[in-house]
Ligand binder design. Structure first.
Ligand SMILES: [Zn+2]
Ligand SMILES: [Zn+2]
Length: 172
């Protein structure tokens, strides 16, 4: 099973296709499970190169980077690079688990694990901006069970904890 692809950052208008439902605009969040191989197949070679370069930028960054930060850094070597190129590459990277969006910072990090996990716990240092990623399958399982008690169907977990990292904390 591939990672979840968040198509819900904006709401999508569509027509109800179910018989008996009055046609009209309904709003919903779209969620797809894509096979990462399909995503890769859609990529052009140039896109692959750009994706690798952006992943390199994220990996060498000391902390999470916004899409704009990534764009600004890439403009040094690619003066003509357009924002959609960066956004598309970031979308592919996050959809395939190579990078993660840090929702509370509206920023991105390179995956520090194996890239195949469904959810990770992100510890975010508010002093130095370091984001530490660890997987916690047991925790995710517990959380899933908890929200499912009311019939809720979880599709994506965002677990972000803000605080002070060990290096920043040890200085005091
Ligand atoms: Zn990861
Ligand atoms: Zn820190």
């Amino acid at each position: 099973m591939g990672p979840f692809v968040d198509c819900g950052s904006r709401f999508v208008d569509c027509y109800a296709a179910t018989p008996g439902v009055v046609p009209g605009l309904i709003r919903y969040r779209r969620w797809h499970i894509l096979n990462p191989n399909d995503v890769w197949a859609q990529m052009t070679k140039r896109g692959d190169k750009m994706r690798d370069e952006i992943l390199g930028v994220l990996r060498s960054a000391g902390s999470a980077m916004s899409a704009y930060d990534v764009l600004r850094q890439l403009r040094a070597s690619h003066p003509k690079i357009a924002p959609p190129t960066v956004y598309n590459a970031l979308a592919v990277l996050t959809n395939t688990g190579r990078a993660h969006r840090v929702e509370s910072l509206k920023a991105y990090i390179a995956c520090q694990c194996d890239g195949s996990h469904q959810a990770a716990v992100l510890s975010i240092c508010d002093e130095c901006g370091t984001v530490e990623e660890r997987t916690a399958p047991g925790l995710v399982e517990n959380l899933t069970g908890f929200v499912e008690e009311t019939g809720f169907l979880p599709q994506r977990h965002v677990i972000e904890v803000h605080g002070v990292c060990s290096s920043c904390g040890s200085g005091t």
